[in-house]
Design a protein around this ligand. Structure first.
Ligand SMILES: Nc1ncnc2c1ncn2[C@@H]1O[C@H](COP(=O)(O)OP(=O)(O)OP(=O)(O)O)[C@@H](O)[C@H]1O
Length: 233
């Protein structure tokens, strides 16, 4: 599903260029989930933006669902995002003037897909049925993030990307939202990449990786999840 090899992304650091992603390799099979952690500024959001075709690599190959993102035009990138991607943001990013139902069904409508039992099931599984006609402003943070998850799954995308999806939630809501996000993606056969600082959230993933010095490093499943700064170089 994801095949990234030799990925280099440079940023301007003072008067010189710096490789924030440096010959990064990342391979993920379909229906698998991965949690990526790392120090602040290590490049996690940059990597997610490249996987979302919102940013471009300077070198290397980035393939998602068999499509080479690094050679796409702007309009091909738009089409790729519309059809293949579901994105969950830390700040929820719901459309304020649309009801919960209209927010959730929006990506499916954009793709010309039928609206029906799949979306009603999503509402129910996310515990949102009684909030269907409400505006986002009338929901709690945890409820808004559950709407954002339903919206990300609305068009059955190939890949779901989540950037700190529980960053604005308390512990209880963070656990509930993580369980739903990872559980639903597994059930629906979707591939999931989550950037998180939280070891508790990362524990839901099939694989845990640490981004350090521009590359991804595996975190052994049996070991306690390390804080980013506890990994020696
Ligand atoms: N367009 C850009 N131009 C120059 N520097 C950038 C650009 N985008 C990001 N950076 C820098 O690249 C580095 C990585 O940023 P990024 O947001 O990917 O880190 P992060 O790991 O997601 O951090 P955090 O955990 O704090 O969100 C940072 O030093 C940031 O300032």
């Amino acid at each position: 599903m994801i095949d990234v090899s030799g990925l280099v992304k440079q940023i301007i650091d003072g008067h010189s260029n710096k490789n924030i992603l440096d010959n990064l390799e990342f391979h993920l099979e379909a229906n698998q989930s991965v949690a990526i952690s790392g120090d602040s500024g290590s490049g996690k959001s940059t990597l997610l933006n490249i996987l979302a075709a919102l940013d471009y690599s300077d070198k290397g190959q980035v393939k998602v669902a068999g499509l080479a993102l690094n050679i796409m035009s702007e309009s091909q990138a738009d089409q790729f995002r519309k059809k293949h991607l579901g994105i969950v943001f830390q700040q929820f990013n719901l459309i304020d003037c649309l009801s919960v139902w209209d927010n959730i069904t929006f990506p499916a409508r954009l793709n010309g897909l039928p609206i029906g039992s799949y979306h009603k099931d999503l509402l129910e599984q996310l515990g949102l049925s009684s909030h269907k006609d409400k505006l986002p402003v009338n929901l709690s943070g945890g409820e808004q993030q559950r709407v954002a998850i339903a919206r990300a799954l609305s068009h059955q995308p190939s890949l779901v990307l989540a950037d700190e999806p529980t960053g604005n939630l308390d512990d209880k809501n963070s656990q509930a939202v993580s369980e739903l996000l990872f559980g639903l993606c597994k059930k629906l056969g979707l591939t999931l990449v989550v950037v998180t600082h939280s070891p508790k959230v990362a524990a839901f993933a099939d694989t845990r990786l640490l981004l350090r010095q521009g590359q991804l490093h595996p975190v052994a499943d049996q070991s306690p999840y390390p804080t980013p700064n506890s990994v020696s170089s």
